[in-house]
Structure formats: C-alpha cells, structure tokens
Write a protein that binds this ligand. Structure first.
Ligand code: GDP
Length: 297
C-alpha cells in the first residue's frame, strides 16, 4: 500500500507525544527527529524535509501549543497542515482555452504511464464534459506506441490522428491540429515521445512541439514508484519546457511517498492528477489535503 512505511513511522512519532501529559521542547525535538527520518526514508527531497521540519518545529514549540491542554493533537494538526501546504494546498484544474480546441501536451519518460494517461484524461473529459477529444500520436520512435494509442483510443471511444512512424513528429502535430480544426474537436491531447532518460534531442523536439501546438497545459507524467528520481525528472522537464503540472502515476502501488511530497516544493509546479490503476477510469484529481490525510493514515 502507498505510504505505508511513512504512515507507520509518523504514527509512532505521534504516539510518543500522545503518551506525555505535558509536552516539552525536548519532546518536540525528539518527535521532529523521528519525523525527519521518516520523511527521508520515504525518499522525500532532503531540502523539502529540512524546510518542513523547520516550519513545523517553529510552530510546535510555541507556548500556545506546549501550554495547551492538547499539545500532541495540535502538533499533529500542524504536521497535517504543513504536509498539505508542501503539496500545494488546493487542487489545480486544467486550463480551458477560450476558443476550441484546448490543447494538452503530454510528456514523460518511457514507461511512466504517458499513453495510458492520455486515455484516462480523454475518458475523464468525455464523461464529465461530453468532450470530443482528438488524440495525436506523436511518438514515432517506439512503433508499438502508435498502436498502443490506437487501442486506447478505441477503448475510450476517441479518434486517434497518426501518420505512422516515418513522418517528423512536428509535422504530425501540425496536421493533427489542422484535422482537429476541421472536425471541431474541443480537446486535442498530444502523446509525445518518451525516452529512457532526458536527452537533448528529445527536449529539442518537445520544445518545437510546444511552439507549434501552443498547449494550454503541458502535463508531465511521472511514476511515483521511482521516488526521488521522479522529482529529478520533473525538475529536468520543467527547466526545459516550463510544464504546467504533473500527473503522478502508479499511486496504487507501494510507493513510499517521496515524489508526492517533493514535486511541488522542488519544482513549484502542482501535481494535478494521480493515476491509481491500469484501467481507464483510474485517474483522480490530486487534492493535497486528502493526500495529507492519507499519508498521516
Ligand atoms: P508510457 O511509456 O509512458 O506511454 O507508459 P504506458 O502508458 O505504456 O504505461 C506503462 C505501464 O504502466 C503500463 O503497463 C500501464 O498499464 C502501467 N500504468 C500506467 N499508469 C498506471 C497506474 O496509475 N497504475 C498502475 N498500476 N499501472 C499504471
């Protein structure tokens, strides 16, 4: 289960506080040490951990907390609120273009769940807005990618625009957008190429596609199971593309929590959706407060 280890360790730190009738500054320090270790072990970025602990400690050692009747509960609430803040406070919705189509560009490394997420997003838009999205297959390097998107398109009942693997992805995007204009599609979702790692050629191509498509949102898909690496990937893509948000996939697995807690604080960009399964309806809006509750267990 996701966050299991982190939840357990936090609960243990809180139990230590709860046992005390009166909580002293040194009890707070002890709890902070445990929370710090728990976060580091969950693969949360060290700078995020440092700032987090500093902020929580400052609030927790105040006399309003320590002299209150329920110091432990108040400290737990401070941790909860700070976890929420670290993840961005409120949910961030997709941008809607004033004039159709709204263009969403999907980027990410191979295997992160990009193509699956294209299908999930299309499903969501179709179900919630009766949208008519066009999916553009711009990953020409992995032949199976186009086929995979076509399967996804059939599954969710959305047309797929593709020109095979011999046409430059920039041209595919140009023609796909022209097709969307002709057919009055209200959304265009572009599935771009993924690589095993960030490289210059990939980034140059994505930068060009961004310039051509002028997307309303650029969503980076990252795998929560990769922990700290997911945060590094988000930093890399954000520096090059100025992404608008992140989709954190595979949160149904036993991820330790590092990516969920670090990405917003490190990149300044919000996690907008989370993937919680392989099925097309397994995409949820990311609510920082609910995620904080889930982490606290
Ligand atoms: P891409 O290379 O980034 O396009 O990745 P794919 O969309 O092909 O996904 C890679 C694998 O991850 C596939 O087996 C997907 O079914 C799986 N996957 C994607 N998202 C999720 C998720 O949220 N949860 C789980 N458990 N598996 C996922």
């Amino acid at each position: 289960m996701a966050f299991e280890g982190l939840s357990e360790r936090l609960q243990k730190a809180f139990a230590g506080l709860r046992r005390k009738g009166k909580v002293t500054e040194s009890d707070v320090s002890e709890a902070m040490r445990e929370i710090r270790l728990a976060l580091l072990e969950a693969d949360v970025n060290f700078k995020v951990v440092k700032d987090f602990i500093k902020t929580v400690r400052e609030q927790a050692v105040g006399s309003a907390v320590l002299d209150s009747l329920t110091p432990a509960q108040q400290i737990i609430k401070i941790v909860n609120d700070e976890l929420t803040k670290t993840m961005g406070e409120a949910a961030v919705p997709l941008v809607k273009a004033p004039k159709i189509p709204t263009v969403i560009m999907m980027v990410g490394l191979q295997g992160a769940g990009k193509t699956t997420t294209v299908g999930k997003l299309a499903t969501r838009l179709i179900q919630q807005e009766k949208a008519r999205p066009l999916l553009i297959a711009a990953d020409v390097y992995r032949p199976a990618a186009i086929e995979q998107l076509e399967v996804v398109g059939q599954q969710v009942n959305a047309p797929v625009f593709q020109l095979g693997t011999d046409v430059d992805p920039r041209e595919i995007v140009r023609q796909g957008l022209a097709q969307a204009a002709l057919q009055h599609n209200d959304y265009v979702i572009i599935d771009t190429a993924g690589r095993l790692q960030i490289d210059e050629k990939l980034m140059a191509e994505l930068t060009d596609i961004k310039a051509i498509a002028q997307p309303n949102d650029i969503l980076l898909v990252v795998d929560a199971m990769t922990g700290q690496a997911a945060t590094d990937v988000a930093t890399g893509f954000n520096e090059q593309l100025d992404i608008t948000g992140v989709v954190l996939t595979k949160l149904d697995g036993d991820t330790r929590g590092g990516a969920a807690l670090s990405i917003r604080a490190v990149t300044g960009k919000p996690i907008m959706f989370v993937g919680q399964g392989e099925k097309m309806d397994a995409l949820d809006v990311f609510y920082p407060d609910r995620m904080a509750n889930r982490i606290l267990g």
